[in-house]
Design a protein around this ligand. Sequence first.
Ligand code: SF4
Ligand code: SF4
Length: 119
Amino acid sequence: MAEQISYSGTAGFDYDGYDNWDLSDFPTGYVCPKPGTSVKCFTGGWRSMRPIWDAEACTNCMLCWVYCPDSSIEVKDGEMTGIDLYHCKGCGVCVQECKFDALKLISEAEALAEEKEGE
Ligand code: SF4
Ligand code: SF4
């Protein structure tokens, strides 16, 4: 019989202040100990590019929602409400698919700098 391995996983890992971490501070991967745990896994930290949404230009066509490989387009009552940056990996597929110039891709560093400016 195979040895039972128990994983603590990284789902409960404390990611506070991750944007100031050194590369060596990041865990080397993620173990899904059971189905359905990916929703708890913070993968936004893998992102080097960030999609920026223009709500005014958005027509709620939902193309980005259909194509996002990470289910990171947030929708409520049939309308787009934002982007789930906890899971979005910045692949840019949504930006490529949007026909209404409602999404653009900027570097994560630029996005973080803009966030800090707004504080
Ligand atoms: S950049 Fe990629 S992962 Fe992020 S919302 Fe767009 S399609 Fe989804
Ligand atoms: S593809 Fe563009 S216009 Fe369509 S819902 Fe997404 S952001 Fe809005």
